[in-house]
Design a protein around this ligand. Structure first.
Ligand SMILES: *Cc1c(COP(=O)(O)O)cnc(C)c1O
Length: 220
């Protein structure tokens, strides 16, 4: 299958899942996760009209995206991986949305850079919904206070929550907890669901799904 067909196939599956969602009909944003793939793999998706992409490394994105952006107007680039504070300047210059605000130090560094540049990007707070030792993100119990800090003290434009649920458990209950938190925080967006579970995530109320291997093939 060429990527163009894969894109159609993913979009069709998304629409079916949207119809199964028990709530008002809505749009779900497909974030095409292009990490590890080169420009030659990304161009067919751009040609097919895809404009929202996710990358997890600032340096890698910096090497790939300026040239692609020059050829395809309207690209929105989401940072979905951990951000080091020494990469904040590059990240703010390059990305359009930061989905991975996962600790106070990063939130503060972003706030400083937004003030310095006047470029106040929308951000998502990453929640460690499975409370996993090795995983980034804010503890679910601490998320309300963290969102408040980001918004009220740091002036961040918090638009949503993001999570990566535990790999070995059924994701549904984690997605449901995320949905509850998004609603109680009054945030418009919820980024959850990847290649293996994006339909479940949509059924549970995701507004953004991040799909990599199902679009591009497996990463080596
Ligand atoms: C790699 C990655 C994805 C995409 O994963 P696939 O299983 O390839 O769809 C989504 N979200 C994050 C944060 C990632 O790092």
């Amino acid at each position: 299958m060429v990527t163009h067909d894969r894109l159609d196939y993913i979009r069709a599956r998304m629409h079916k899942a949207i119809r199964r969602f028990d709530g008002p009909e809505r749009e779900v944003e497909l974030v095409a996760v292009s990490k590890t793939f080169g420009a030659e793999d990304i161009r067919p998706l751009l040609e097919a009209g895809q404009r929202v992409f996710g990358e997890n490394r600032v340096q890698e994105a910096k090497a790939k995206w300026p040239a692609l952006r020059a050829d395809y107007p309207g690209v929105a680039l989401h940072l979905i991986g951990p951000l080091q504070t020494n990469k904040v300047r590059d990240a703010v210059a390059l990305f359009d949305v930061i989905e991975s605000v996962d600790r106070e130090k990063v939130a503060r560094a972003l706030s400083d850079e937004f003030k310095r540049t006047g470029r106040n990007l929308p951000v998502f707070v990453q929640v460690n919904i499975g409370r996993e030792e090795q995983k980034a993100g804010i503890d679910p119990d601490e998320t309300p206070a963290f969102v408040k800090l980001c918004r009220d003290e740091l002036g961040l434009n918090v638009v949503g929550l993001m999570c990566i649920p535990p790999a070995d458990d059924a994701p549904g209950p984690f997605f449901a907890q995320m949905k509850q938190m998004q609603v109680s925080e009054g945030l418009p967006f919820l980024s959850m669901g990847m290649s293996a579970d994006f339909e479940t995530a949509i059924e549970m109320g995701a507004t953004h799904v991040r799909v990599g291997s199902a679009l591009f093939g497996s990463r080596t």
